[in-house]
Design a protein around this ligand. Sequence first.
Ligand SMILES: Nc1ncnc2c1ncn2[C@@H]1O[C@H](COP(=O)(O)OP(=O)(O)OP(=O)(O)O)[C@@H](O)[C@H]1O
Ligand SMILES: [Mg+2]
Length: 467
Amino acid sequence: MATALKIKTADDLWDLYEVNPVEFVKDTLGIPPTKQQAELLMSVVDNKKTHCRSGRGIGKTWGIDFLAMWFLSCFHDAIVIITATNNNQLYDVLWAQLKKLYERWELKQFFEILDYHKTMRMINHHSTFLVAKSSERAGTTKESAMSGFHADNMLIIIDEGAGVDDVIYNSLEKSMTGVNNKMVVTGNPVRGEGMFYDIPTKYRDYWNCLKFSSLDSPLTDKGNIQKDVEVWGIDSDMIRVNYLGEFPKHGSSDVLIGLDKIEHCVNNVDRQDGLCQIGVDVARMGDDLTCITILEGNALTKILTYPKIDDFNQLSGIIVNEIKEHKASSVKIDASGMGIGLVDILRQALYVLQLDCKVIPITFGMKATKPSAYCDNISEMWCNAKTLIDNGEVSIPNNNRLIKELSTRKYSIDSKGRIKIESKADYKKRHKQSPDFADSFNLVCYNPYNITDIEITATGDDLRKGY
Ligand SMILES: Nc1ncnc2c1ncn2[C@@H]1O[C@H](COP(=O)(O)OP(=O)(O)OP(=O)(O)O)[C@@H](O)[C@H]1O
Ligand SMILES: [Mg+2]
């Protein structure tokens, strides 16, 4: 049971546990959270929105019950809303487990359960309460069933989020108008569409995304998992979804690079020895970013971004500093549109400074080096990045914007059977943002010919036609 509790007043609770839910669970429930649960709990402390996908049985539902009890106890006039895919999951699993935990809770004396209303509230202080809210309530639309909650301190919890309708997410997110409003969504990644899939891909910038494997949990039976792996194969959707916490492979087939492969490349290898290359995607429109990526060996070690810079001397100066710092051997610049002006200025600067670094303009939208396989060089660049990522041959930083852009670009097959990457215009229409990070990454990884074999003098032109 719980260790000696030092709580006398509500102030003690706030002082001791407001930013420490792990200790709160240990002290008031007598249960040490697992490492994965602790990560989930601390993510909610540190972030407004947390998304957690995982294999089965790793302790997600208990984890969110822990969070509900902590938030209710440690914040003034707190409201906690919990919901799930359907009434069965909400009442028979989430609510039922919460009641069991309540029975062993050291703070039980301060809270009462109103089972009929699926509510737990603070005794004599009814503005602090938790409610298990069904999205299936008869006679109301799903949206209106969830609307109307507002408080400075509010925690919204969704369990088994892959089955929850997008309108519920939207409705709950709209309620988050208070200063300390948080949302946590957990679940098994059973389908590659809907909001539960969109959060770690399309909306990744706004969420802290966690992924846990059943293989790493002390709560799961590894013998059973091993038997299933032998039957189904480690790469089957059955194992991916139920144990590895990965979305099914065939869930979003028009996306070129799978999220699982991209996440596998996050801090994948130690920085490798090898040439340092720099990629520069030059902003074209006012709201685009100029994005500079530094690839050292096979590790992307740095991403720099700037709002559109019209003065190319200034931009050239920034790049020269990076070349000096990293002893870069080449700089690849997106030379479509404005970028060609930068190429000339940078070459002049390197000539004057006597720096031995090649400036390679690459014009987006030109013919691919393998025109029978790819529609254009942008499609080829994307497929090159896909191969590196699928094979785990590159390391990327844990950068949400880069991961989002890499995991959401679609492709199609043209009438000649070639791969055609979704146009930038279509991508921007879907995401209201230019894929600047991915463009710069693709550029720096792209070696359409052996660059070291090509002589490009500091002031001269490329020998390759078209570049
Ligand atoms: N910290 C813990 N210490 C000991 N046992 C735990 C802990 N957390 C959870 N459990 C046990 O593990 C079981 C599985 O936990 P839980 O139901 O929370 O997992 P889950 O990830 O939600 O599973 P599912 O994927 O099936 O929804 C619980 O019934 C509980 O008995
Ligand atoms: Mg569960």
